[in-house]
Design a protein around this ligand. Structure first.
Ligand SMILES: *[C@@H]1O[C@H](CO)[C@@H](O)[C@H](O)[C@H]1NC(C)=O
Ligand SMILES: *[C@@H]1O[C@H](CO)[C@@H](O)[C@H](O)[C@H]1NC(C)=O
Ligand SMILES: *[C@@H]1O[C@H](CO)[C@@H](O)[C@H](O)[C@H]1NC(C)=O
Ligand SMILES: *[C@@H]1O[C@H](CO)[C@@H](O)[C@H](O)[C@H]1NC(C)=O
Ligand SMILES: *[C@@H]1O[C@H](CO)[C@@H](O)[C@H](O)[C@H]1NC(C)=O
Ligand SMILES: *[C@@H]1O[C@H](CO)[C@@H](O)[C@H](O)[C@H]1NC(C)=O
Ligand SMILES: *[C@@H]1O[C@H](CO)[C@@H](O)[C@H](O)[C@H]1NC(C)=O
Ligand SMILES: *[C@@H]1O[C@H](CO)[C@@H](O)[C@H](O)[C@H]1NC(C)=O
Ligand SMILES: *[C@@H]1O[C@H](CO)[C@@H](O)[C@H](O)[C@H]1NC(C)=O
Ligand SMILES: *[C@@H]1O[C@H](CO)[C@@H](O)[C@H](O)[C@H]1NC(C)=O
Length: 386
């Protein structure tokens, strides 16, 4: 969730939603060749360990909202919120392999890119382009274009694009996160008000799959994040952005879209500012990390991976205890928007800034240093695996 006042003023100034957004294959740029080379190296059997501990990424206007780890290419995909680019980072050489830009999306200010996900079943990347208006107005204005792009990192082409606004008719939105299952479905979660859309494998059908529960008052926050667990990705978990509840459903259940089952949390610790949820692959679906903007990363566990109930083990503050001073200093003023695994065995906090004033003539603040606090040890301690 990326609530921002600076954007509201900027949006009001231009005649905004009239722009046609058709282009969806990234604009070729200086980075494209490097990415092609990386993928030509082929699949790694296993990504090597990263062994960096906490670190700081130096990249102007990265403002990462969410991220995912590509286990094929051993790269991190960041959704760079304000620029609306996809920044592809190699943690082994501490450099960006590519920054994908999209015509009529990148640096428009009216579109964000937050959710970006690697699909473990196909190796494809799903990119969520969402309208800035709901975030600038806390859900009061849910208009604007929301797109899903299915991008093939091997050929560097967009296989298909769908315009979610054609399904929602602009009555609900604030889409934040995406998941995929083995059957090829893509699920997209929306916050104002809560909803889940489902897209078929070739992008020819989008259905309002869950909710919206109401469209009368779009300012009541609904679902914030999604994860799809299990060998076939059928166990879907979602979080309530406004009260931290966790819900579960089986995507094969024919009644699934109608009901979400609440997962009891013991002890019942829930935050009112939750954003993305994430299940680090290294724990095979038994650990759920819930991001809270102000409180940090909540660690929940379901020892058998069924998520019929969840144990709250604790919340890792931002920055975590023991974070090196330079990284800790660089987290000042940030909101915890997500967590991500990097390499086979390390887990990091994603810090973003939601209120930096925009640089004149640009659509993002002037920040260059983006901290990546390592929370691997803290999670292990909470799980008593030491
Ligand atoms: C997406 O759909 C909405 C609603 O039909 C429309 O207003 C908008 O122009 C479309 N955007 C693109 C990029 O096609
Ligand atoms: C971008 O939007 C403009 C103005 O609506 C339109 O003419 C143009 O075709 C779009 N560009 C692409 C690549 O879709
Ligand atoms: C954002 O855009 C600026 C140009 O305005 C560019 O210098 C910067 O590298 C971009 N950063 C990302 C992560 O897209
Ligand atoms: C897309 O998939 C659906 C099944 O979900 C199928 O009926 C349809 O023919 C496919 N369309 C294309 C263009 O492949
Ligand atoms: C919508 O809900 C918000 C609480 O999120 C409340 O403050 C506001 O008064 C409600 N608006 C209407 C029209 O009911
Ligand atoms: C959390 O909020 C949802 C509405 O978004 C509501 O249905 C649910 O009862 C709330 N849960 C608790 C425990 O307050
Ligand atoms: C991971 O969890 C699945 C159940 O979701 C189980 O079938 C599988 O054996 C587990 N794999 C490992 C390596 O523990
Ligand atoms: C969320 O919880 C915090 C800490 O308990 C509290 O200070 C804040 O007012 C709450 N915010 C909302 C919108 O309820
Ligand atoms: C802390 O961060 C600020 C910028 O946010 C920088 O100017 C300052 O030098 C940093 N201090 C240390 C001790 O790293
Ligand atoms: C970045 O922006 C902040 C807030 O507008 C400003 O205080 C700071 O001086 C700027 N830093 C640089 C290096 O321009």
């Amino acid at each position: 969730m990326h609530l921002v006042k600076t954007a509201a003023a900027a949006l009001g100034a231009c005649g905004l939603w009239a722009t046609t957004l058709a282009a969806t294959t990234p604009v070729p740029n200086a980075w494209s060749t490097a990415l092609a080379k990386r993928h030509q190296r082929g699949r790694y059997d296993d990504c090597p360990e990263v062994n960096r501990g906490s670190f700081i990424i130096n990249q102007y206007q990265l403002y990462p909202e969410n991220a995912d780890w590509d286990e094929d290419a051993c790269l991190v995909y960041f959704g760079s919120l304000w620029n609306a680019t996809v920044a592809i980072y190699d943690p082994y050489i501490d450099d960006f392999i590519s920054i994908l830009e999209f015509d009529n999306i990148t640096r428009t200010g009216t579109e964000h890119i937050g959710g970006v996900a690697w699909d473990r079943f196909t190796g494809l990347i799903t990119i969520l382009v969402d309208s800035a208006a709901p975030w600038a107005t806390a859900g009061a204005d849910v208009s604007g274009t929301n797109l899903i792009l299915k991008w093939d990192p091997n050929t560097q082409t967009t296989l298909w694009t769908v315009n979610l606004t054609e399904t929602t008719h602009g009555k609900y939105g604030a889409f934040q996160d995406i998941e995929t299952d083995k059957r090829g479905y893509t699920y997209v979660v929306g916050t104002y008000p809560g909803s889940i859309l489902r897209i078929n494998a070739n992008g020819t059908e989008v259905i309002p799959w869950y909710g919206p529960l109401q469209t009368t008052n779009s300012t009541i926050p609904g679902l914030g994040g999604l994860v799809a667990l299990g060998p076939e990705g059928n166990l879907l978990l979602a979080n309530d952005a406004g009260n931290g509840s966790i819900y579960r459903l089986d995507t094969r259940d024919p009644l699934a879209p109608r009901t979400l089952t609440q997962v009891p949390i013991r002890p019942d610790v829930r935050y009112n500012d939750t954003d993305a949820i994430y299940a680090p692959p290294l724990y095979n679906g038994t650990v759920l990390l819930v991001s809270s903007h102000a409180s940090g990363i909540q660690v929940l566990v379901s020892r058998d991976g069924s998520w019929t109930s969840a144990e709250h083990l604790g919340t890792i503050p931002n920055p975590p205890q023991g974070t090196p001073a330079d990284v800790a200093n660089a987290t000042i003023g940030s909101a915890v928007t997500a967590a991500v695994q990097i390499g086979p065995n390390a887990v990091y906090i994603i810090d973003d800034w939601l209120a930096d004033p925009w640089v004149t003539g640009q659509v993002a603040g002037n920040r260059t240093l983006f901290p990546m606090p390592d929370i691997t040890a803290q999670i292990k301690t909470l799980l008593r695996l030491r």
